[in-house]
Design a protein around this ligand. Structure first.
Ligand code: ATP
Length: 321
């Protein structure tokens, strides 16, 4: 039986996942492996939904959002009996290693399968940038660029009507998308879950101060993890008399053609994952640290505390005056 690797995408989709799949398939074949694509996350291993991938089966996907392997959340796979079943199925195909592209829940699945004898290497793929062990997750840059494009459009209309726009961006419990997007669009206030906030101090006072210097339209960015953008919008209108509208950008941030940064990062991470598996090393997470691709033990990675970039937040506040 030919030595084989497999690749799957799991959890929420993110632009750039396809670029990572392509890198794994091509680097795997380059290293002498037969490579299988597993469909719909861990479910594919339970439903035997796999397909052998060739060099050309990943052609023309580098620029496509979403994931050609589809993704899913598998309730069954959390149970050990199904993890054993999945490992047996991998062995029946001669699969000696699996690359899992997803968020930290998917990393737990990768650790579980490694414990059942199939070495797994995880790649952080989520727009949220909410994974502690890495400076960067695949999809983050594309999501932010989409948000910036949308907010620039909202600004045009806010400017024409002297309005305030409250825009809620994604990121779940992580404020990174809100922070960087807020800087890029020149937001008056950026409200993130990592920094305690007070609407009077951090929004209303800032609006009044900026109004006094001649500013007439305002953008307030609210992270998904804070939420309540509609209520915040009503509050601003009530307190300032400025017409205020709330927009929740939503899933538009999850789609679209990945940016250069996501394509390059996904390619580097995909190749690094295959390099580890080719050496028989599993139970690792690929990460980006200070501009370098590194890897960590999955448990160690899951236990790391996430650091919010407070320095960047302070920079944002210094210039949005
Ligand atoms: P996102 O950040 O986009 O939500 P995620 O990978 O964190 O991605 P989850 O739904 O948490 O998304 O996890 C994806 C899948 O990983 C789950 O549906 C399940 O199949 C598997 N998984 C999660 N936790 C475990 C666990 N403790 N043991 C085994 N498998 C798990």
């Amino acid at each position: 039986m030919a030595k084989s690797l497999a690749v799957l995408t799991s959890g929420g989709d993110a632009p750039g996942m396809n670029a990572a799949v392509r890198a794994v398939v091509r680097a795997g074949i380059n290293s002498g492996f037969q490579v299988y694509g597993v469909f719909k996350g861990y479910n594919g291993l339970l439903n035997h939904d796999v397909k052998e991938m060739g060099l050309r089966s990943v052609s023309d996907i580098l620029s496509r959002g979403g994931t050609i392997l589809y993704t899913a959340r598998s309730k069954k796979f959390v149970q050990v009996e199904y993890q054993k079943q999945a490992a047996d199925y991998c062995r029946s195909l001669g699969i000696e290693g699996l690359v899992v592209i997803g968020g930290d829940g998917s990393f737990r699945g990768a650790r579980a399968l490694t414990n059942q004898g199939i070495p797994c290497v995880a790649i952080p793929g989520t727009i949220d940038n909410d994974i502690a062990c890495t400076d960067y997750t695949i999809g983050f840059d594309t999501a932010m660029n989409t948000a910036v494009e949308m907010i620039d459009k909202i600004r045009d209309t806010a400017q024409s009507h002297d309005r305030c726009s409250v825009v809620e961006v994604m990121g779940r419990h992580c404020g990174d998308i809100a922070l960087e997007t807020g800087i890029a669009v020149g937001a008056t206030s950026i409200i993130v879950p990592e920094v305690e906030y007070d609407l009077e101090r951090d929004v209303i006072t800032r609006i009044y101060e900026q109004k006094d210097t001649g500013k007439k339209h305002f953008i307030v960015i609210v992270a998904e993890g804070v939420g309540g953008s509609q209520e915040i919008s009503h509050y601003i209108q009530h307190r300032t008399g400025i017409e205020t509208r709330a927009t929740i950008l939503g899933h538009v941030q999850r789609g679209g053609s990945p940016t250069l940064r996501d394509r390059v990062m996904a390619t580097k991470m995909g190749v690094a994952a295959v390099d580890l598996l080719a050496k028989g090393i599993g139970n690792r997470v690929i990460a980006s640290h200070a501009g370098k691709i590194v890897d960590y033990d999955i448990t160690e990675a899951l236990d790391m505390p996430r650091q919010f970039n407070k320095d960047l937040y302070d920079i944002a506040m210094k210039v949005s005056i």
